[in-house]
Every structure is written in C-alpha cells, then in structure tokens.
Design a protein around this ligand. Structure first.
Ligand SMILES: [Fe+2]
Length: 344
C-alpha cells in the first residue's frame, strides 16, 4: 500500500476540501442551506456541524467494530488485551455500542428534519487483514499502519493547553505500527505490541472526539442541535477517561530489535492514578484568569473539523482510501469549521 508523508496527507485533504464542491458534496451543502433558509430555525451551519459529526461517528463506529470483532473472536488479540486489563473487553464492546448509537441517532435526526445525510456508502472500500475473528467486510478505516499521537497523556496531567500553542511530549513512539493483528499465528510479544498500540489508540481517538464536540458548542444556534452535541460530547470524554485507566496497568514492552518501545506506566502509581484533567489555561493565558479543569484543546484551529480530519489522516487511519473520500471529508470539515452561532 502506498505510503504518503504527513505533508502530502495534509495537501491531499486540503485539495479535497477545495475539490469537494465539484464532486457532489457542494450540492449537498447547498441543499442544506436551502432547507435551513426555508423550513426551520435550524441553520445551515448547524446542519454542517451535524453532517461532519455524523462522518466522525461513522469512522469511530467502523474502527471500534474491528476492535470488537477481534476482542470477541480472535483469541490471541483478546488474551493480549485482557492481560493488560480484563475490563478492556467490556469497555471495547460498550464503546462500539455507544458510537453506533451516535451515528444512528445523528443520521435519524437529520432525516427527521428533512435533511439528506452525506452519502458515505461508496467509501467502505478497505479490506481488513485476513485474520481470525475479523469479518471480511470492506471498511472505512485502516488499523494496520498507525502513527498514534500520545501527547494527550502529558497534556491532561499539566496546565498545557494547545489552544495557546502549548506542546506536550509524546510518551510512546507509535509510528507506522499495526493496532490489530495483520496475520494469524503471531507470537505473544508481537500481540502484546499490537495490544499496547491499540490501547493508546483507544484513548487517543476518544480524547480527540471530546475536543471536537466541545469546540463546536459555541457555534450552534438551534437548541436541539446544541443538546445533541452537548449530550454526545461528554460520552467521548467518559470513554477517554476509562481507557486512560488501563494505561496505568501497562508494564512496558520493547521489541526484540529494539525499534519499538512502550513505557512502563505501572511503576509510577502517582502518575498512572492521575487520570483527572489537571487545571489548565482556559479562554485567556498569561495569568489573566485562574487555571480551570476542562476539556482541551477546544478551539477550531487545533480541535475543529479540519484539524480532526487532518490528524486522523496523518495517523494513517485512512491509508488506502480513495481521493473521493478525502474530497468528501475535506468539504464537510471545511463547511463545519465555517459555522457561526446565529449565522445561516
Ligand atoms: Fe461517538
């Protein structure tokens, strides 16, 4: 499978955003504007937000379905996951239930107000690896070659807030690694590495979801849409918080060739118990206001739809997807980020 570097992936997405209108997404967005202007107090911007969040939920559902199938039916993966924390299997199964309900609800809500949800059916094109437990169904997401951001671990334990440009270090170096088994018969060490990669991915996805939903809140006009976004967003944060607790049970892993290393997070109980969001700079920086325990980031440049889509693209989650997919995701993300409260 062709690999593209981060810059190229960003460019692909940017080009997609510009090309989206020419490839059908523009007409969807235009239809939404016509609907909003004529039939409801829901603004076209509100609909743009829901259209993008529905895509995000489709992606989440797709990746969590793969993890669920494996933890239920792939004994090697299941054993490696449960070895870190026996509760993880339940949490994975519950999370896919939740994500599917988000996707189904937003889809039904859009239809209930006469809006056509963006057609994603042509993007389920990625064959999963042929391993025990994983149904040979074409997928939206690719979990076999991930570069997983882990800077949220330090971010949520300090006053750092990326909204103000604060950077936090990575605590693991997960670059182009599989988060699921790519063949049968893998040894226990390789399965442990895969389980560790996927557990970091679980928390990484959900903290991103919490930020994405939070940053949309000040942009929403209609109260039902506000209730939907305010109701779903915190469940992403709950998922993140729960999966974080499993990290504290990781006792470290180094691959035989020394190229892959996961830290031992079980030997610093003070740090691993610190799963609550430490107070951070919020709204203003530089001491103008006291520190506040909040979801962060929550600003459009670093937590918005384009930022989320770009981050997921750079992680390799869409490796193998068509240009049409990037066009669609880019167009929907750009429209969602342009939303303003009270604007139609
Ligand atoms: Fe969700």
């Amino acid at each position: 499978m062709e690999k593209i570097d981060s810059k190229a992936r960003r460019d692909v997405l940017k080009a997609g955003a510009m090309a989206g209108a020419a490839l059908g997404l523009g007409s969807l967005i235009t239809d939404d504007r016509a609907y909003a202007a004529g039939k409801s107090n829901i603004t076209a911007d509100d609909i743009a937000i829901l259209q993008f969040l529905r895509v995000a939920e489709a992606l989440e559902t797709d990746l969590w379905e793969q993890y669920t199938e494996l933890v239920e039916n792939n004994p090697g993966y299941a054993a490696a996951i449960k070895d870190v924390d026996p509760a993880l299997a339940q949490w994975i199964m519950d999370t896919v239930r939740d994500e599917r309900s988000h996707y189904t609800f937003i889809t039904a809500y859009l239809e209930s107000i006469g809006v056509t949800p963006a057609d994603l059916s042509g993007f389920y094109t990625l064959p999963p690896p042929p391993v025990d437990g994983l149904a040979p169904t074409l997928r939206l997401t690719n979990l076999t070659d991930l570069t997983v951001n882990t800077n949220w671990y330090a971010r949520y334990r300090t006053s750092a807030n990326p909204d103000f440009g604060d950077q936090s270090p990575q605590i693991a170096n997960i670059v182009n690694l599989p988060a699921i088994p790519t063949q049968n018969g893998l040894d226990a060490g390789t399965l442990k590495q895969i389980a560790y990669t996927s557990i970091f991915h679980f928390a990484s996805i959900e903290q991103g979801g919490a930020s994405l939903y939070t940053q949309f809140l000040p942009k929403i006009t209609n109260l039902d849409v506000l209730r939907i976004v305010a109701g779903i967003g915190p469940t992403e944060a709950i998922h993140f918080g729960v999966f974080q607790t499993a990290l504290g049970r990781m006792d470290g892993y180094t691959s035989p060739d020394g190229t892959v290393m996961f830290p031992n997070l079980s030997n610093n109980r003070q740090l691993s118990f610190s799963v609550m969001p430490a107070p951070c700079n919020f709204l203003k920086t530089g001491g103008a206001l006291p520190l506040n325990s909040v979801i962060r980031p929550s600003s459009t440049p670093v937590a918005g739809a384009v930022a989320a889509a770009t981050g997921l693209t750079n992680s390799g989650l869409f490796t193998g997807q068509s240009q049409a997919f990037f066009n669609a995701a880019g167009a929907l993300a750009t429209a969602a980020d342009a939303a303003k409260r009270g604007h139609s």
